[in-house]
Ligand binder design. Structure first.
Ligand SMILES: *Cc1c(COP(=O)(O)O)cnc(C)c1O
Length: 389
């Protein structure tokens, strides 16, 4: 792979095709996919509704420009606002770009209030992307190393500590927004509870701050509802999503509500590709399939199914600490480093990954059946037992 810039540590396997939960490699080997390209292919591989939508749209129109109306984009925006309770959407091509839009909305909101140096509260161990603004918002010193100077205008507090947010808000009149993930996908699957999310909503309401919820990974049915925040009875001012939205076709979305929905005006933000007909056709097929096939409900059910299976099977294992996450966004926390399990799993034909060194991360398709879940449990148990030895 010498022609490709060396930004990824890759495993020595190359896939040629997939179907549902299964992937097949160049050697004809079969793999159970419990990672789905990091929460991207929620409908599984080669889902017929998505394939048909891409094929049909590719034969009609792939790209025009946001200088003109785009029917598929309008349709997708109406679907997403109806589902989310948000007012409008800006479309991007990735998660980081959706978060850039959210950050720009928060900053401009501040400027409109006369705050010329707006500050956004972000969390420890957050992951918001790799562009300069989202890298600054990310709480990972290793990811930031060597890329300074980072941006001004961010202050970090411990995740799941609403008193810490109150304290910085009291101390700093320039704060304009609070940005957080409901489950920290890259940060070890730390999972916020209802009380904390509601407290953040209250702090934002009381101080005229925008609540920015990063659902790049938790959105699109992954945690058991279309968006994770819907489980807490609150609505954010801005919510971003990407990964599962296109089932592999690159697309991101920044949804806004109320005063946040009016901040960006013609000329203030944009994207050449963002929301083009091809990406929106794929995403419309994804969104309607998630709704029609009740895949968020299935994610909730299968998440509980997997969590109870692991809790039973691991309860007496000295290496086991706890299960984290929501729905089909699951972390099995071990008491020792298990980074090697990603490669070992792949060798055995089970795709998963490890975050924070000791957390096995499972992100299987939302279409998962109990039979497929049983295969994941058996595979993971085998890997953990080998770690025990
Ligand atoms: C993956 C991810 C991002 C970045 O998305 P990209 O499409 O890789 O730019 C941002 N936030 C969260 C929570 C993510 O999981």
């Amino acid at each position: 792979m010498h022609a490709i810039m060396n930004t990824y540590g890759r495993l020595p396997v190359t896939f040629t095709h997939g179907k549902g939960c299964w992937l097949y490699d160049t050697e004809g080997r079969k793999y159970l996919d419990a990672l789905t390209g990091i929460a991207v292919c929620g409908l599984g591989h080669a889902h017929p509704a998505v394939t048909a939508a891409i094929q049909e749209q590719a034969g009609q129109l792939v790209h025009t420009s946001n200088l003109y109306g785009i029917g598929r984009q309008q349709e997708l925006a109406e679907n997403l606002t109806r589902i989310s309770g948000m007012d409008n959407v800006f479309f991007s091509n990735s998660g980081a770009e959706a978060n850039e839009a959210a950050i720009k909305i928060a900053r401009k909101y501040g400027h409109q209030k006369g705050i010329s140096e707006p500050v956004i509260v972000v969390m420890t161990k957050a992951f918001h992307g790799r562009t300069m603004a989202t890298l600054t918002a990310t709480g990972n010193a290793k990811a930031q190393e060597g890329f300074g100077p980072l941006l001004n205008g961010f202050v970090r507090v411990p995740y799941m500590d609403d008193d810490a947010i109150r304290a910085v808000v009291r101390a700093n009149p320039n704060i304009v927004a609070v940005m957080l993930e409901p489950v920290q996908g890259e940060g070890g699957l730390a999972t916020a509870g209802e009380d904390y999310i509601k407290a953040v909503r209250d702090i934002c309401d009381q101080n005229d701050l925008l609540m920015l919820v990063d659902e790049i990974q938790t959105g699109n049915g992954r945690t058991g509802s279309y968006f994770c925040y819907q489980q807490f009875g609150i609505t954010p001012d801005v919510v971003t999503t990407a990964k599962g939205l296109g089932n592999g076709v690159p697309i991101g979305a920044c949804l806004a509500r109320g005063k946040a929905a009016e901040v960006l005006q013609p000329g203030s933000h944009g994207s050449t590709y963002g929301g083009n007909p091809l990406a929106c056709a794929a995403a419309n097929a994804v969104v309607t399939t998630i709704e029609n096939e009740k895949l968020a409900e299935n994610a909730a059910h299968m998440g509980n199914y997997l969590a109870s299976a692991f809790n039973v099977r691991l309860q007496d294992n000295p290496l086991f600490s706890e299960i984290r996450g929501r729905g089909l966004m699951m972390g099995i926390v071990l008491k020792k480093d298990c980074t090697e399990l990603m490669a070992k799993g792949t060798e055995k034909g089970l795709l998963l990954n490890v975050t924070s060194g000791n957390v096995i991360r499972l992100l299987p398709p939302l279409t998962l059946t109990e039979e497929e879940a049983d295969l994941i449990v058996e595979g993971v148990m085998e890997l953990i037992h080998e770690l025990n030895e």
